[in-house]
Design a protein around this ligand. Structure first.
Ligand SMILES: Nc1nc2c(ncn2[C@@H]2O[C@H](COP(=O)(O)OP(=O)(O)OP(=O)(O)O)[C@@H](O)[C@H]2O)c(=O)[nH]1
Ligand SMILES: [Mg+2]
Length: 280
């Protein structure tokens, strides 16, 4: 059986850990075995006990105290320490036969966008440990209310995609906070419709709205940014509502698809047939 990993990334508080929990709950409910890999050396509580936990190797708290580093420098130190201790990782990864792991990452997006840390970890998982990897990048639906923030979010997602160089799925999280249309509340229905425009929009059509909010001095820059986003086809988002099992199930099938999960498996032997049924 192949080895598969979905790396759940995105800004602080975008709902990564909650999504990992929802994904594992859903996978278990359909009889699939997936494991949680906690990659956040500062994480405190988990609904599911992680099968692999970076905190067993190193914690941010210890690093900050012993190395006298701040939280961000400390985090980089933790990842460099992990990359220097790949034997530990190999040991941890070696315990499973059915390898499908969900990696809950920290919320410091510099790790995906500025530093080559996550991309190095991905290369190790791919090349040394034979994993197929995809990235899920979460952005909060609440954040999208403002088009300028939407563009900033898309750019951060795009930067992560370019740095990580693995199949990439953008998720618009916390969709439960944007009430569904049936509630009858005209304002919420309007907000939902507005949000749905962002699932697969044409950024060139949104530029006028961004321009209307920004100083004319920036219009050429807005246009250039929008063109960049358009050129990379980076604007589509899948809605994610962790309170809705269908939504979580649909995201899991997209992840499976991105990972080509199951495509390597041997065809199952048909059940032993009683050939007597076919005899005269
Ligand atoms: N309503 C709603 N709240 C959510 C959802 N996902 C997360 N939250 C809330 O958002 C907050 C942050 O959620 P986390 O899952 O811890 O987010 P995270 O991205 O793991 O955060 P960091 O690891 O600190 O970067 C918590 O208060 C969650 O309860 C969601 O789908 N809907
Ligand atoms: Mg988290």
């Amino acid at each position: 059986m192949g080895r598969y990993a979905a790396m759940v990334s995105g800004p602080a508080g975008s709902g990564k850990s909650t999504f990992c929990t929802a994904l594992i709950t859903h996978a278990q409910s359909i009889g699939r075995n997936v494991h949680l890999f906690n990659l956040d050396p500062a994480a405190e509580r988990f609904e599911y006990e992680p099968s692999i936990d970076i905190k067993e190797l190193i914690t941010l708290e210890d690093v900050m105290e012993e190395m006298r580093l701040g939280p961000n420098g400390g985090l980089i130190y933790c990842f460099e320490y992990l990359l220097d201790n790949l034997d530990w990782l190999e040991d941890q990864l070696g315990q499973f036969d059915d390898d499908y792991i969900i990696i809950d990452c920290p919320g410091q997006i510099e790790l995906y966008t500025h530093f080559p840390i996550m991309s190095r970890l991905i290369s190790v998982l791919q090349q040394q440990f034979n994993f197929r990897i995809c990235a899920c990048y979460l952005l909060e639906s609440q954040f999208m209310d403002d088009k300028t923030k939407y563009f900033a979010g898309v750019l951060s997602a795009m930067s992560a995609m370019i740095n990580l160089e693995v199949p990439h799925l953008n998720l618009m999280s916390k969709m439960d906070l944007v009430a569904k249309g049936e509630t009858g509340d005209a304002i919420q229905t309007g907000r939902r419709r507005e949000m749905e425009r962002y699932f697969d929009p044409d950024p060139l059509l949104l530029v006028d709205e961004v321009n209307s909010k920004t100083n004319p001095r920036f219009h050429a820059l807005n246009q250039a940014v929008v063109q960049l986003i358009e050129d990379f086809s980076m604007v589509s988002f899948m809605p994610l509502d962790v309170t809705d099992e269908d939504s979580v199930g649909s995201v899991l099938s997209h992840i499976d698809n991105a990972l080509q999960y199951g495509e390597d498996e041997e065809p199952k032997e048909p059940k032993d047939m009683d050939m007597g049924d076919f005899e005269e």
